[in-house]
Design a protein around this ligand. Structure first.
Ligand code: FBP
Length: 426
């Protein structure tokens, strides 16, 4: 069985197409297309004044078993025999969350399934020529903003991704409130949805024009029933500003040479790779364990001279093999948080941004929860991320994620948070 969104294509459409006017995009559906095409999220956008794309409720469609697991095994030789011999290797996401006892509470399943459908749709748009046509628009947007930096200018694909996720979460019927990086305020959806979802629709989008990997990040909480009788604005804030330790699930999707969805439901972290032939996410990285210690650090070290002494000493030491690990570390920095973290989760080491830049609510908290569930550690350099009480939806902080021993060693230098934050141009 697979679950697919009851949506599809205009009969004439075989590839996603994004009109130049992203703000009026509309998602068209045709129930007669093949399930693989639907599940891979082929999308047609047209200009018709409808801002939020429509995603209809999910339905279950029978599907014969395929040899997808065999293809996956060929694709991931570095995982080794352990992962591939794991009993859930190659299982579909639906089977994984549906068949494993108590892995996911029943009410949460529609939320996860709508989220994964939205991620497939985002991936489809990102991978389409019309998605790439946003390059021109980005340049124009930058010029309009009177700056060479596009940091604060949302790109068309940020907005499209945001709209897809919002529509998906709304359609699930299970979400009372959402908070997105792209929206100033939380959005109250309904009074009875048992879940709260926070998300960054498209992290790393400054890289998009060069086809560098990007990602979607999300965290899920239970609705605070004790706030039910408060005014909407108030209860919306309280619900989205819960401590990260209260998350019941979190995930990210990385859009790269493979599209991988990493999820935790509070008991381990698992990776699912999109099988393009069937359009399904299949278990490819069961029960990920970050190595206790790695040999890679990831940071924008052009900022070295703005760093405090503790951080400079730490990086100087691990580069030279003078840290707790006698091996010399290598540097890797993509400047795309999800991609830098995904590598760190698989290979070990530490990924960081020491300045107040990344967002607590929808970046640091979900990623820390995933990392902890994979045996790693998430810190702001002084405190466990998941213990910090958020005070604002878009609150920023320094972030250090990765192998337990590497993050603990970093913390032992104490003075590791970059306090100078001039706002860099690139
Ligand atoms: O400029 P820096 O400090 O290297 O920051 C890069 C980080 O910013 C991000 O691009 C996120 O920034 P935005 O949320 O402003 O897009 C991350 O993906 C990346 O890790």
């Amino acid at each position: 069985m697979i679950i697919q969104p009851s949506l599809s294509l205009s009969p004439s459409s075989s590839a996603p197409s994004l009109t130049p006017s992203h703000s009026s995009s509309h998602f068209l559906a045709n129930p007669h297309t093949s399930s693989a095409a639907s599940a891979s999220g082929r999308i047609l956008f047209t200009n018709n004044n409808t801002r939020v794309p429509h995603i209809l409720p999910l339905t279950v469609v029978p599907r014969p078993r395929t040899s997808s697991a065999v293809h996956l095994a060929k694709r991931w030789p570095p995982l080794g025999a352990d992962s591939m011999n794991h009993p859930v290797f190659g299982q579909s996401l639906l089977a994984f969350i549906g068949e494993q006892d108590a892995r996911v509470e029943e009410g949460l399943m529609p939320v996860i399934l709508h989220l994964q459908a939205a991620c497939k749709q985002i991936a489809a748009v990102l991978g389409s020529p019309s998605g790439l046509s946003s390059v021109t628009q980005n340049v124009e947007a930058s010029l309009e903003a009177g700056s060479s930096s596009t940091r604060d200018v949302p790109k068309p694909l940020d907005i499209v991704s945001n709209d897809l996720l919002k529509s998906a979460l709304k359609s699930s019927g299970k979400v009372c409130v959402i908070a997105s990086e792209e929206d100033n305020l939380p959005l109250w959806l309904n009074d009875t949805g048992p879940y709260v979802v926070v998300f960054d629709p498209l992290d790393g989008s400054r890289n998009i024009d060069a086809s560098i990997p990007t990602g979607t990040i999300f965290g899920i909480y239970r609705r605070l029933e004790e706030a039910d009788n408060l005014p909407t604005d108030h209860k919306a804030s309280l619900n989205v500003l819960q401590r990260g330790s209260r998350q019941i699930a979190a995930g990210y999707a990385i859009y790269s040479s493979a599209i991988v969805l990493c999820l935790t439901f509070g008991s381990g972290t698992h990776g699912f790779t999109l099988d393009r032939s069937s359009g399904e996410f299949l278990v490819s990285h069961p029960n990920i364990r970050i190595p206790e210690r790695g040999q890679i650090y990831s940071v924008n070290d052009a900022r070295y001279f703005d760093w405090p002494e503790g951080l400079r000493n730490y990086i100087d030491n691990i580069r030279q093999g003078k840290g707790q690990n006698p091996k010399k570390y290598s540097a890797r920095y993509i400047c795309s948080l999800v991609a830098d973290l995904h590598r760190t989760i698989l290979y070990g080491g530490i990924a960081m941004n020491p300045r107040d830049h990344l967002r607590l609510v929808y970046e640091a908290n979900p990623l820390s929860f995933l990392v902890e569930q994979a045996n790693g550690k998430g810190s702001d350099g002084k405190r466990r991320i998941l213990d910090i009480q958020p005070v604002g939806v878009h609150q920023r902080l320094p972030l250090f994620l990765g192998s337990k021993e590497d993050v603990s060693e970093l913390e032992s230098y104490e003075d590791v948070q970059q306090l100078i934050n001039p706002g860099y141009e690139l």
